[in-house]
Design a protein around this ligand. Sequence first.
Ligand code: BGC
Length: 841
Amino acid sequence: MPLSDPVTIATTTAETSGTPVPLDLSALLGRLSLEQKVRLLTGGHFWSLHEEPTIGLRRIVMSDGPAGVRGELWDERDPSVNIPSPTAVAASWDPRLVEELGSLLAYEARRKGVDVVLAPTVNLHRSPYGGRHFECLSEDPLLTSSIGAALVIGLQAQGVAATVKHFAANDSETDRLSVDVQVDERTLRELYLAPFESLVRDAGAWSVMAAYNGVNGFTMTESPLLQTVLREEWGFDGVTMTDWYAGRSTQAAGRAGLDLMMPGPTGPWREALVAAVRAGEVAEADVDEKVIRILRLALRVGALACGPASQQAAEWSTSQSSELVRRSAAAGFVLLHNDTVEGAPVLPLHASGLGRVAVIGPNARQARYLGGGSALVFPPATVSPLEGIGTALGADVEVTYSAGARGQDRVTAASPASLSTPDGESGILVEFCGAEGEVLGTDRRLGSAFNWNNAFNGVDPAQLTTITLRTSLTADTQGDYRIGVSGVGQFTLHLDEELAFDTLLELPAHADPVESLMRPPQEWSAVALDQGQSVDISLTHVVKDREPGQDLIVALQLVADCIVEDDEAAIGRAVREAERSDVAIVVVGTTEEVESEGFDRRDLTLPGRQDELVRRVAAVCPRTVVVVNAGAPVLMPWQGEVAATLLTWFPGQEFGAALADVLLGVVEPGGRLPTTWPAAEGPALPTTVPEAGKLLYDEGLHIGYRRFLRDGVEPAFWFGHGLGYTQWSWDAASVSEPDEQGDVDVVVRVSNVGQHRGRELVQIYLSRADSRLERPVRWLAGHRWIDAPTGTTHEVVVTLPWRAFAHWDIDAHMWAVETGRFTVEVGRSAGDIILRAPVDL
Ligand code: BGC
């Protein structure tokens, strides 16, 4: 909604702390008492702000996040379209596609009554050990900016606010609540603040989330950067909110450029801030500035009665949203290599020549569609790789499946298909009970993962003492079953009315609170079942006491799985299948134990015996295609032994359909690496483990490809790398004189010399010889796709803004361009430069 809308906004403006404010917002502010104003500055609930009827302000609702819009309920009955996770989205290098995803998220938000989406996450891939790597876009600030900005624009064009997070330098998870990142001024500006600057200044983001961590001695919710850089230098006029529970003080946060404490209704402001204002410790003008910003956000999202109603986001039908999710998944798949077997590249596969295809690997059937943590949503339905490939190949090709090796030791959530309530209906009966064991209310659920947030199907949280799950599990195969719980607290399990365990599960000391959601402790009991045999399950959880006034949040999972055979037997079976097949498609990947919010990765190895599985399959099947289902780099020691490797990241709910499209050549694999893929662990990969509470970014400007280039270390695959299904010749590049602003046009000519229509990504880097400054060997300055039929030549123009040449001058504390000669370097990746041209500035 344009802020100049004449119906809603007075044309004159008043000034509050230097920021122009539409007069009618100041008038609304003037109708509020100090108590009413301060009340607006802390969430009313976990996901929403207080309403204020005096001024016609309704509740503003917020929701995560990057892979779909969850809404206020975290429940399988309220599913969300699950789009590809951020690394997958960034791998598309395609802002136009990302804008479409933004508009789908806006529609999802409106469908679920959400005004503010808590995305995009624009922290950088400083290290592949970062647990939330999958949720960030790239190791490069420019690519992060162009993809993040497109998401903001797509969302906000439909009247839904984007929230750029987590400001700033929240690039890893270890001790994230307390770590103090030590980063020099130039690195902070050129790398870690740059995407925030672009999304605030160029894309006009309406809200920003301040991170848990500190930077250079200030916790981010009290950091001077909120005022001096975000508000004053970049002119940000939106709301800065805390990350959840990141607000730590009344006064320091009150005086800083922070506007909103989330979640509520508890927190360090409220009465304490009113008192601090009355005592003269926090200026009332600071409070007013915060309230104005919240009112401006309310106006933008349509939450004020005197303003326009919420914009109706353009509607997406189920088939339209599935089509976009499928297309964007394929657009992010990165084909790393595609070897020639018997005279032809192994991909794309030609169904007509195939008799038998072995689909192998733990992630082929139990794929990861999205990463863990606050980004998690419940998709309405998913297509696994096995389903997608089977459907696409049809009845004429025999498709077999063998898991091969287990990807994880944890027991997985019980499959809803095998569960039925005591009344014989499918699912689980949930009983909410009071202090005397009396049943206060019940619910029937079709999933086995539960996240209750102060809403227990109408039961008063204050009365709730225990929650019991009752169901009967029927074995779909004969074997040893493990049945139990994932969660924190007191749990009692009965199997066929016999006590199986009564135990207290606790998080390890110093664990991040999010671990209680993503990697909570488990307890299980073993039971041998024949196929078709059932066992009655009763699991009781004692709800823990909570502080008065606080929302009651309960998260637990009923877990159950069956070990049919050990890994050795499973790998043996997979190898036998591969041997008899024309093609083996091995889908390997990470698990929520490895990649999640709340903790970092310990190593980059694929979990379990998956590497061995790949090697043994490849040894018997020359056409072995490995599909890597991970949100972040993993080591691939079997490179060189397999025919092709395709990275799919966490590709969203249409995984299998998109995979079949790419494997069979219906579409090209569209992705290019948004992050360098290391060949080995080692010093080129910065640690995420703080020392004495501090995490030193002592690699400075040299993260990702910049580090590999500086140190002369060859990664497995460079930033920007990725193959399509045709071939290109790169013919020429020329550079214009800088215009008045200092912008430069680079013209690149490429020809499609292969057999297929295709897309090629033109990547423009800059380098600078004889600089008086320390610089990366080269840095990304622009990018653009070419889409061309075979046998044609095309020219693209990529404009490099002056900022692409600029560095942060630490003496003048501003952006500056060093005069002299830069080299424009054009190529297929940061490690594959094909054309060069000088430019003098
Ligand atoms: C995460 C945020 C998220 C918030 C609300 C925090 O733990 O760091 O990214 O938006 O929770 O779920």
